[in-house]
Write a protein that binds this ligand. Structure first.
Ligand SMILES: Nc1ncnc2c1ncn2[C@@H]1O[C@H](COP(=O)(O)OP(=O)(O)O)[C@@H](O)[C@H]1O
Ligand SMILES: [Mg+2]
Length: 345
């Protein structure tokens, strides 16, 4: 019972704490003053009573200061804890949380709760950032490994056979044999050149710089048709003017990732690329009829690759937007919209 009253008193807002403390001081002062004065007047009727005023005023001020100070110090204790927490965070501690205990008023409780929630959010965000940068580093490493493999397995092997044939050519016994080796050398050189070109094209197609986004995507779709048992098509509209270089690169990378996702995950029979410009913006769509996926799983950001995240980051960089529409069993549609400035880039 007493603890309940105490808790309720401690929970009252600061304003009421101070108000009640002062009302109590004034009321007790008035009552005590009157009792003492009445006692003094009746006990010592012939004495002057004025010095009493000075005693009461002094005692009143002293008590008021002491009580107000005590009440304020108690009431503001939660703010001190909040400040201690802020300082701890500023000096680098991460797992700080504010505990206000029983004797804080409701508004401080709410403040501390909001503060703790913000800290929680910051902690979650920074964990997510750390995880993303780890994934980026891994992806970079994988890409390097893939490139190293391609260079080693294809270009380097072709060059090694070139060397072998050059040696054979040196040892050729007659012009006819030499002629045969020269013929083989020419074929091998052409193949090595093709390998190197393919690796380079895969990294960044020259056609993108030379002929623009539409041509580069048409080339990509052609390659897809050749390499996979997948029917790929492209429709281009309103793309007579070139987009700014950065926008072309961003949209190209988005299409590249979307198409690679179709090959890796979709089990689709058909994929369509749509590139549409209306002078103010450019819209790229990649639509497949594959297995689709649950897009709500993307929100948690766990256990996924960087492809879709990278698409979002890239399009945000140029002030565009990205929509991913997919459902298990209902195919996937990636739609990227990029602004198209009036002045040519
Ligand atoms: N076209 C698609 N069809 C089916 N599932 C897809 C498609 N695109 C993306 N996904 C799903 O979304 C996940 C995330 O894709 P992404 O971010 O590109 O990462 P990754 O390709 O490295 O797995 C994939 O693992 C896959 O489950
Ligand atoms: Mg991917």
């Amino acid at each position: 019972m007493i603890t309940q009253i105490r808790r309720r008193l401690l929970h009252t807002p600061l304003f009421y704490k101070i108000l009640w403390a002062n009302i109590t001081i004034v009321a007790l002062g008035a009552i005590a003053g009157t009792i003492v004065t009445v006692w003094h007047v009746t006990t010592f009727p012939e004495q002057a009573h004025y010095p009493l005023i000075a005693v009461f005023a002094g005692a009143g001020v002293l008590i008021s200061v002491l009580v107000n100070q005590w009440v304020l110090r108690k009431a503001l204790e939660p703010l001190d804890r909040l400040q201690t927490a802020v300082e701890a965070i500023r000096s680098g501690s991460r797992n700080v949380r504010v505990e206000l205990g029983d004797n804080s008023d409701e508004r401080f409780d709410r403040l501390a709760e909001a503060f703790n929630q913000m800290l929680e959010q910051i902690e979650q965000d920074s964990q997510r950032l750390r995880q993303l940068s780890r994934q980026i580093l891994q992806a970079q490493e994988e890409e390097r490994r893939r490139l190293a493999h391609e260079l080693h397995d294809e270009a380097a092997q072709s060059l090694t056979s070139l060397l072998v044939h050059i040696r054979l050519l040196e040892r050729a016994q007659n012009p006819a044999e030499a002629q045969r080796h020269i013929q083989e050398l020419r074929e091998l050189t052409a193949r090595a050149l093709e390998d190197v070109r393919r690796v380079a094209l895969d990294l960044l197609p020259k056609i993108l710089d030379d002929l623009g986004l539409a041509a580069a995507l048409e080339w990509r779709v052609d390659e897809l048709n050749k390499a996979h048992g997948l029917q790929a098509s492209i429709t281009v509209q309103g793309m007579e003017r070139r987009l700014p270089r950065e926008t072309e690169l961003v949209l190209y990378r988005i299409a590249q990732e979307a198409l690679s996702n179709v090959c890796r995950h979709a089990q689709a029979t058909k994929v369509t690329v749509l590139l549409h410009g209306d002078g103010q913006r450019c819209i790229l769509q990649v639509v497949d009829d594959g297995v689709g996926f649950d897009t709500s799983r993307l929100a948690d950001g766990n256990g996924h690759g960087l492809g879709l995240v990278g698409m979002r980051e890239r399009i945000a960089m140029i002030g565009g937007s990205l929509e991913i529409t997919s459902k298990p069993g209902a195919g996937t549609q990636i739609k990227a919209q990029a602004p198209w400035p009036q002045t040519e880039g």
